[in-house]
Design a protein around this ligand. Structure first.
Ligand SMILES: [Zn+2]
Length: 219
């Protein structure tokens, strides 16, 4: 029998690219997806809690996990996950949720990933990694990351699910894709000027000041 505390810490396996049920693969960290075959495992919190976040950070093993900082009062971490394969962690995501006067309930998803992982595209509702739009033309937003500005370019989502109301911007940081997905799309304005993303990978118990709570978005 699982105690409540253990259930709170659980991370559930999945496919980075889709929501199909996976079967646990060999000892190399992969899972078998009926659509995508053997893929690095996605590990997503069963429920967003401080304890599960501790398990996530430990398992992500130093791979960055970014959270908007400081988190606006009343906002909470509503979801998080990491992807790891034979060569260790290759992606993380967090979702912070709150309300704004103009937009009502808002979700802000941050993904950092090695190219071709597929997690950011999935959260954005797209089929593939960004293309040449990144780095061309004017950027749509900037964030500050590790003391440096990172430019983010808009990614068109009009060819994807038209009912999925979101804004997607993507850039590159440390040789990885950095995705921000805001829902609803109008919440893009909330980003304001150069918001700070903090890598909390090494923060451990200091994160007690973050609030955790669902509901997690569906994806
Ligand atoms: Zn899959």
């Amino acid at each position: 029998m699982t105690t409540g505390d253990e259930a709170d810490r659980r991370l559930l396996p999945g496919c980075p690219r889709c929501s199909e049920q996976v079967s646990l693969g060999g000892t190399d960290g992969t899972v078998a997806c009926p659509v995508h075959g053997p893929v690095p495992a996605l590990w997503r919190a069963a429920a967003p809690s401080y304890d599960a976040f501790g398990v996530h950070l430990l398992a992500a093993d130093g791979f960055p996990t970014y959270v908007p900082w400081p988190l606006t009062a009343g906002w909470r971490v509503s979801d998080f996950a990491y992807v790891a394969g034979p060569r260790g962690a290759r992606a993380t995501m967090t979702c912070c949720s709150g309300t704004s006067e103009l937009d009502g309930p808002v979700d802000l998803v941050v993904v950092t990933e090695e190219p071709a992982t597929g997690l950011g595209a999935r959260l954005a509702g797209l089929d593939a990694d960004p293309g040449p739009e990144v780095g061309h033309g004017p950027s749509a937003a900037r964030v500050r990351l590790d003391g440096h500005p990172v430019a983010l370019w808009p990614v068109s989502t009009s060819a994807a699910d038209p009912d999925f109301d979101r804004s997607v911007v993507v850039g590159e940081a440390h040789g990885r894709w950095l995705w921000l997905v805001l829902r609803p799309a109008s919440a893009m304005l909330l980003l304001g000027e150069d918001p700070l993303l903090r890598d909390v990978a090494g923060d451990g118990p200091a994160l007690v000041e973050l609030e955790f709570g669902g509901p997690a978005p569906a994806w």
